[in-house]
Design a protein around this ligand. Structure first.
Ligand SMILES: Cc1ncc(COP(=O)(O)O)c(C=O)c1O
Length: 427
């Protein structure tokens, strides 16, 4: 038989890089993996979760409620607590009360990780051939979603405090001139301790980006959204918090805010959430209805109990201190072992260091350097995976994303030393 039984998407989809990276990490336990975005294993809240689960299951009424299906939008208590938590964070960052409306539980959706929110948002907004703007570099798993759905991408240069606004304007203007602005749907930003670069976007930049998008809406003929992925917001161990884009004047109508409890609490529970304006909220709710008609109820109840009991709040400082230590270990190893031609910034939160080599360095998946690193027993994420397919510029091939999240300090030091040796040979 000559024709494929698969749908267009089934044929188009490629193996997500995250799958083989995770497989490689798990199948070679002796590898110093600085690649996977796993969280710090020893800090996972086993004791607290056991206590919370026991409390839920100790009574038939709460136990049965948790073991029953819930609603598609998510557990009302978890939505309420999430909304209050986020509003308090934004109010503190703004030094004044944030406007309540943007955080209303009626706009919230609890999802299976924030990954599901990214997926269903894309599904509800984008048709094949539509365009999404992303940071250069960006979260490579989101690029896989876009690729699988046939969505085109344009990269916007990233600076130390978020995207280069003049480049954003240039790209919007070129899309207007070519008429393709009608296919533009959203700008996707990972705004806190970005995966992969660790850059945090200032509130000013978010506000200015939204104002720019709003100026181009009349050419697009429809709203242009900002999808703010705040996956690493809670993992801040230095500096002040930035308010979310929800606090900008256009925020409540144009921002889709994606958050998660995976990174700051129970990674394996995969409970995420989103705040969405209409008509997106309704569309995403219906799509989620078709996907799974609700995130696992027991896990939502656990998260709600963690927030209510104060376990979540008391876990955060402990977690931040651990990541600060690991980030310092990685930074110290980079200072000691990396040659001067490798540029990187000490992280202030999140899980990553983005190390950028000279143009002559090729760290790509098929490169000799990547193979040598594997032979030396160290794995990193090749930076090239984090660049959108955008023919208007040449993606950098000389970067490495290094994660200090899952690895122990000794593994971090050993992996960085091995990488440093290889990098020195490439000088
Ligand atoms: C930037 C970013 N967004 C979203 C996610 C998804 O995380 P989860 O689905 O566990 O919430 C990740 C996971 O690594 C991430 O790095």
């Amino acid at each position: 038989m000559s024709s494929s039984p698969l749908s267009q998407m089934g044929r188009r989809i490629q193996e997500p890089a995250i799958s083989w990276l995770m497989r490689l990490t798990l199948s070679r336990p002796n590898l110093s993996s600085l690649a996977a975005g796993f969280t710090d294993n020893p800090s996972l809240p086993v004791r607290e979760t056991r206590r919370l689960a026991e409390a839920i299951l100790s009574k038939a009424s709460t136990g049965r409620a948790a073991l029953q299906y819930g609603s598609t939008a998510g557990d009302p208590t978890l939505r309420e607590l999430t909304s209050s938590h986020l509003m308090a964070e934004d109010s503190a960052a703004l030094s004044k009360p944030a406007k309540r409306g943007a955080y209303s539980t009626g706009r919230m959706l609890i999802t299976h990780g924030s990954q599901q929110l990214l997926y269903i948002t894309t599904e509800s907004l984008c048709d094949e051939g539509d365009i999404v703007l992303v940071e250069d570099p960006t979260y490579f798993v989101f690029l896989s979603i876009l690729q699988s759905r046939g969505v085109r991408t344009r990269g916007i240069r990233l600076e130390k405090d978020g995207i280069d606004l003049s480049h954003l304007e240039e790209v919007l203007e070129s899309l207007r001139e070519s008429g393709e602005i009608r296919r533009l749907k959203m700008l996707y930003l990972v705004t806190y301790f970005q995966n992969p670069s660790s850059v945090t976007t200032s509130f000013e930049k978010k506000r200015a980006a939204l104002a720019l998008l709003s100026r181009y809406e009349k050419h697009a003929g429809h709203p242009l959204y900002l999808l703010e992925d705040a996956a690493y917001r809670e993992l801040r161990f230095e500096g002040a918090d930035e308010a979310s884009a929800l606090c900008a004047p256009e925020g409540p109508e144009r921002v889709i805010y994606a958050g998660t409890y995976s990174k700051p609490f129970a990674t394996g529970a995969r409970v995420g959430f989103g705040l969405l304006p209409e008509p997106l909220h309704t569309a995403c709710l219906r799509i989620k209805g078709n996907h799974d008609f609700g995130t696992a109820n027991l896990l939502q109840q656990l998260l709600a109990a963690a927030l209510k009991s104060g376990d979540y709040a008391s876990h955060l400082p402990h977690l931040r201190a651990r990541y600060a230590r690991k980030a310092r270990a990685m930074a110290a190893a980079a200072i000691e072992h990396f040659p001067k031609c490798i540029e990187w910034d000490p992280p202030r939160g999140g899980l990553y260091i983005w190390a950028l080599g000279p143009k002559s360095l090729n760290t790509g998946m098929k490169s000799a350097f990547f193979k040598q690193a594997l032979r030396a027993g160290v794995l990193y994420v090749p930076g090239e995976l984090c660049f959108a397919r955008d023919l208007s510029r040449r993606p950098s091939k000389s970067a490495l994303r290094l994660s200090f999240g899952g690895a122990e300090a000794s593994v971090i030091r050993c992996g960085m030393e091995r990488l440093g040796c290889l990098l020195k040979k490439c000088q």
